[in-house]
Design a protein around this ligand. Structure first.
Ligand code: ARG
Ligand code: ZN
Length: 891
């Protein structure tokens, strides 16, 4: 039988809790089969709420005792809540003592207290604490925690919880204990404990403010040689938050712990962050440059939560973007500031926008569309989304942009800093709403555009959907006037038929025929339609609109090839320079896709496009990382979003064909790029050298792809050699991927060798699985490969990273292979969703999202997909998580 609520929760139903919990005293006797938890709380009634029964949340707990002020009391159970009706009247503090047990080793949901290997970990956000003890498991109930951990000393030598270690010692029977006190009040979702055989890299630091702190990164013995980068990232995070926001570390000790079983990326528990090992462990032999970059940003993200999330938290889960959107914005800025060179900042911006457009835009256009501050949910875990996170970060970024005060603060950084200062002045130590945040930013900048437009700006929090901005230019030669009409619209989303106009900051530039910039400005679009005029122009300029992607919108402008080529060559804004190249490619892909009768062999790229790409590749000034981005064709998912009816195999075939032509037509240039950029010196993960590796990786892949057409054996041979000799994982994996992607005969032996080399490195084996499940489909061969991989001794459905590496890499990241006319991909998907749902609903519900966009599919895929979703939905006993996703998909 399922436990917990099964009905939808609404934001508008928020009420203060009827009781407050001042302090919690927890005592754990840790045992994988049966852990005993004694929870003593000091509680009182909330005087603002009418007297009522106390209802404590609980899930999969065995209750053995309840005492009020030391006395037995009557209680009842209602929908898995523990209900106490006979509590003392009045507003005095009383003590509630609850004794329960739970079974961490059986906890395959990885929410609450669970075991991974031989250690204990917790994950409490959003509602995992109720799986540890009965509690008011909601973020606006903030309490002081004291935690006593007891466990077998030889099996669990390390015992950690939030805050400071105040006492430790030995007990009878080979057991020991540790007592932790967290000096800060916190909501239950920030509670954590870890127990096991772990070792730590340690670093003592002195903050700007002169305080001493101990930083620790805990991992399994044997993994210490993979912790240096995480520690460096943590030190950089501490320094950055002090420098940019004046926010210092408020704890004597700050710990990061890595676990290989984790549902998400990482968790910001106060003073004891718990991470998916994927975002901690790295050295040059096992991790790619992408891994290094991800570790830097996730370590930063969790550390920055200490202020934006922990010191000021969310009043309720509808406010999730208050901490997540803001903290993603902060981690993006952190990575950009660390990248220092302007070009590397731009590369990071392009990468972030690419994520937004390929993952968030489809979400915003599909059945799960929701505002960054949702109005309802069945299961909150389904709302840890790219919308709440990445679109939420864009909404914070726009607020920074809109408090810019002219030349002295063009980007709005200073104004935004003032707003953040006021936010902390007003709300430190409390649980607040998104409205409180925007109000603080606006109030600190009373003369800003943001303050003037605040009520309308807030529509970004309440309206779902991606706005579309249509721009039309016209030039009047006689008066030298260029007018640009900007109109906005937003398609309906589930539950929101009509949208009111948004506030859209649009960064603009005009480029003249000779390539010089003749105007640049920031325009804030507030009406449905507005016309801007620019005077004193000699000739029709090319508009560079939405520079730096200044707002999360779709920009429609009927650019000609000439205009795009001009922007690609001359735009001073690197984002739009990249975007011009993407538009050139997209226009061609769309044209080929739409000509139904056109055979793939007859899709010929024009010389103009090829020459433009050649000049980007050979450009003396552009750096390698930018070139790699510019020479990569728009993804299949992004192309699919531009179409009303989607045939994923057609998109795949077109993209493959164009890529092969770029490979062949630029053969000599790819050779040059490979030779000119590959380096044999010591590995450094900085942005310049990682950019060079990215470009050599692309060049090698293109050369292997070209070899497939020409029959050349030299480049595949070189790729194999490089795979064998590589001094780091980036080069090694790129070489392996080049062989696999191009379908080379040498791929099989390289894959085998790769597995043998890294059989004891779980994170590398994940890459090995993912590469094969995500490989180019050739005649429907990938699904059988995926099924085969799932019988491999290293495969496990229970480990989320491993399940994702095979199943998600196929269903979510390999559209050309997944969307089969025979529906076998969908049947596989429904089997796996159902199978995973019984083990881990959060992971299952993510997989369920792979068919979000089924309504756009061409027949017969569309009907087959609906049938597969209906099959999942028909399963009785589905978790709330998966049920919510499939129900919305079918509605
Ligand atoms: N707060 C975490 C982070 O973004 C994510 C936790 C998500 N957990 C979940 N069960 N949905 O850093
Ligand atoms: Zn977060």
């Amino acid at each position: 039988m399922r436990e917990g609520q099964t009905s939808v929760i609404h934001r508008s139903d928020y009420q203060e809790p009827a009781f407050w919990i001042d302090s919690v005293d927890l005592c754990f006797d840790l045992d994988p089969a049966k852990t005993r938890v004694l929870n003593k709380m000091k509680m009182r009634r909330n005087p603002h709420v009418v007297p009522q029964a106390l209802r404590l949340d609980g899930e999969e707990l065995n209750l053995s005792r309840v005492l009020v002020n030391g006395q037995g009391t009557s209680f009842k159970m209602e929908d898995s809540q523990l209900v106490l009706e006979n509590l003392p009247a009045g507003n005095d503090v009383f003590e509630l003592e609850i004794f329960t047990t739970c079974a961490p080793a059986k906890n395959t949901k990885l929410s609450g207290l669970y075991t991974s290997g031989d250690s204990f970990y917790t994950q409490c956000e959003a509602e995992g604490f109720r799986r540890i003890t009965y509690f008011l498991d909601r973020p606006d109930v903030m309490a002081s925690y004291t935690v006593l951990l007891r466990a077998d000393k030889s099996k669990y030598p390390v015992l950690l919880s939030n805050g400071n270690l105040v006492e430790q010692g030995t007990l009878d029977d080979g057991r020991h204990f540790a007592k932790w006190v967290d000096p800060f009040k916190k909501p239950s979702y920030l509670f954590a404990l870890v127990a096991g055989q772990l070792v730590a890299r340690e670093q003592r630091i002195t903050s700007r403010a002169g305080k001493e702190h101990l930083l620790q990164v805990y991992v399994r013995p044997g993994d210490l040689d993979k912790t240096e980068h995480a520690m460096n990232s943590l030190m950089a995070s501490v320094a950055w938050d002090e420098a940019r926001f004046g926010l210092s570390l408020d704890l004597e000790r700050f710990m990061i712990v890595a676990t290989s079983d984790f549902n998400m990326g990482a968790m910001e528990n106060k003073g004891l962050n718990i991470f998916n090992s994927k975002y901690v462990l790295a050295n040059q032999a096992t991790a790619t440059d992408t891994d290094f970059g991800n570790i830097e940003s996730v370590v930063g993200h969790e550390y920055f939560h200490n202020w934006t999330g922990n010191r000021i938290t969310c009043r309720d889960w509808f406010q999730l973007s208050l901490k997540e959107g803001l903290t993603v914005f902060r981690d993006q800025e952190f990575s950009m500031d660390l990248a220092s060179e302007a070009s590397a900042r731009a590369v990071k911006r392009i990468e972030d926008v690419r994520v937004l457009r390929t993952a968030q835009f489809p979400e915003d256009a599909g059945p799960m569309a929701h505002p960054i501050r949702p109005d309802q949910y069945l299961e909150i875990n389904n709302f840890y989304t790219v919308t709440v996170y990445e679109k939420g970060a864009e909404v914070v970024r726009m607020q920074q942009t809109m408090v810019a005060s002219g030349p002295s603060d063009p980007l709005g950084r200073e104004g935004f800093r003032k707003g953040m200062d006021l936010y902390f002045q007003r709300h430190d130590g409390s649980a607040v709403t998104c409205d409180d945040f925007t109000q603080a930013i606006a109030d600190a900048n009373p003369d800003s555009k943001l303050a003037q437009l605040l009520p309308q700006f807030k529509r970004w929090y309440s309206q779902a959907g991606t706005p579309r901005v249509k721009a039309v230019g016209s030039f009047d030669g006689a008066s030298g006037t260029y007018s640009l009409t900007l109109s906005q619209s937003c398609a309906p989303t589930p539950g929101q038929a009509v949208k009111e106009p948004f506030v859209i900051p649009i960064s603009l530039g005009l480029i003249s025929a000779d390539g010089s910039e003749v105007a640049s400005s920031m325009h804030v679009l507030t009406q449905e339609s507005e016309t801007l005029t620019f005077t004193g122009l000699q000739a029709e300029p090319v508009p560079s609109i939405l520079r730096g992607f200044s707002a999360p919108v779709i920009l429609d402008f009927a650019y000609t090839d000439e205009q795009l080529l001009a922007l690609l060559e001359h735009d001073t804004d690197p984002f739009n320079r990249w975007e011009a190249g993407q538009r050139l490619a997209l226009n061609r892909m769309m044209a080929f896709i739409s000509q139904d009768a056109l055979a793939v062999a007859d899709m010929k790229l024009d010389a103009r496009y090829i020459e433009a790409m050649r000049s980007v590749l050979r450009h003396p000034k552009l750096d390698a990382a930018f070139k790699e981005l510019a020479l990569t064709l728009p993804s299949e998912t992004y192309v699919a979003e531009q179409l009303d009816v989607v045939d994923p195999q057609r998109i795949h075939a077109v993209r493959e064909a164009l890529r092969a032509q770029l490979a062949t037509a630029l053969h000599a240039d790819w050779e040059w790029a490979f030779e000119a950029h590959h380096e044999n010196g010591a590995y450094k993960p900085d942005s310049l050298s990682s950019g060079r590796r990215a470009l050599t990786g692309l060049a090698l892949a293109m050369l292997c792809i070209a070899a497939r057409t020409s029959g050349d054996t030299v480049w595949p041979g070189k790729a194999l050699q490089r795979f064998k000799d590589a001094g780091n994982m980036t080069d090694r994996f790129n070489a392996l991927a080049a062989l696999v992607t191009s379908g080379s005969d040498l791929a099989a032996q390289a894959l085998q060798r790769f597995h043998a080399m890294f059989k004891d490195e779980a994170l590398v084996i994940d890459k090995w699985f993912a590469l094969q499940a995500g490989a180019t489909d050739r005649g429907g061969n990938i699904l059988p490969i995926v099924k085969q991989l799932m019988t491999h001794p290293d495969f496990s459905m229970r480990n989320p990273n491993r399940a994702r590496s095979v199943i998600f890499s196929y269903c979510s990241a390999n559209p050309g292979a997944f969307h089969r006319a025979d529906a076998a991909g969908y049947v596989f998907w429904s089997d796996k969703v159902i199978e995973l749902d019984a083990i881990n609903p959060q992971v299952a519900a993510r997989l369920a999202r792979a068919l979000d966009r089924w309504k756009k599919l061409a027949e017969p895929m569309r009907s087959a997909a609906r049938e597969a979703i209906a099959r999942v939905a028909a399963k009785p006993d589905l978790s709330n998580d998966t049920r919510e996703v499939v129900t919305r998909a079918l509605s």
